[in-house]
Design a protein around this ligand. Structure first.
Ligand SMILES: [Zn+2]
Ligand SMILES: [Zn+2]
Length: 114
């Protein structure tokens, strides 16, 4: 697709760095649970708790991810269904995609995978 769209970068839902340590703990835990979840129910529960822990509404996609950028530590937490994201690596056995946030994808996109 080569459609030119105006650069509209979606704002992150939260910043990991801005969370209290206990929120980070619960968030990390929930993200691990979501990654390892064996069914949709367990995944949804983990995602709901992750959103609750960081005091945001779970987006319509039903999931949130933290920026997996290797270039920086931007710590953005965002909706994996938002536009302008870039896949960093295949998530393989994980449920959650490894994505760069829209800002990182714009500023320093990860090299494409072979
Ligand atoms: Zn980022
Ligand atoms: Zn980055």
């Amino acid at each position: 697709m080569s459609v030119m769209t105006p650069a509209r970068i979606a704002q992150p839902l939260a910043h990991y760095d801005g969370l209290y340590p206990f929120q980070q703990n619960v968030f990390d835990n929930c993200m691990e649970h979501a990654d390892d979840a064996r069914d949709a129910q367990a995944f949804n529960r983990a995602m709901t708790l992750a959103a609750l822990a960081i005091a945001i509404d779970l987006p319509a996609s039903g999931s949130i991810v933290k920026c997996a950028c290797a270039e920086c530590d931007c710590a953005a937490i965002f909706d994996p269904a938002a536009p302008g994201l870039r896949r960093v690596e295949q998530s393989g056995e994980y449920n959650l995609p490894r994505l760069q946030c829209a800002h990182c994808a714009d500023e320093h996109p990860a090299p494409s995978e072979d």
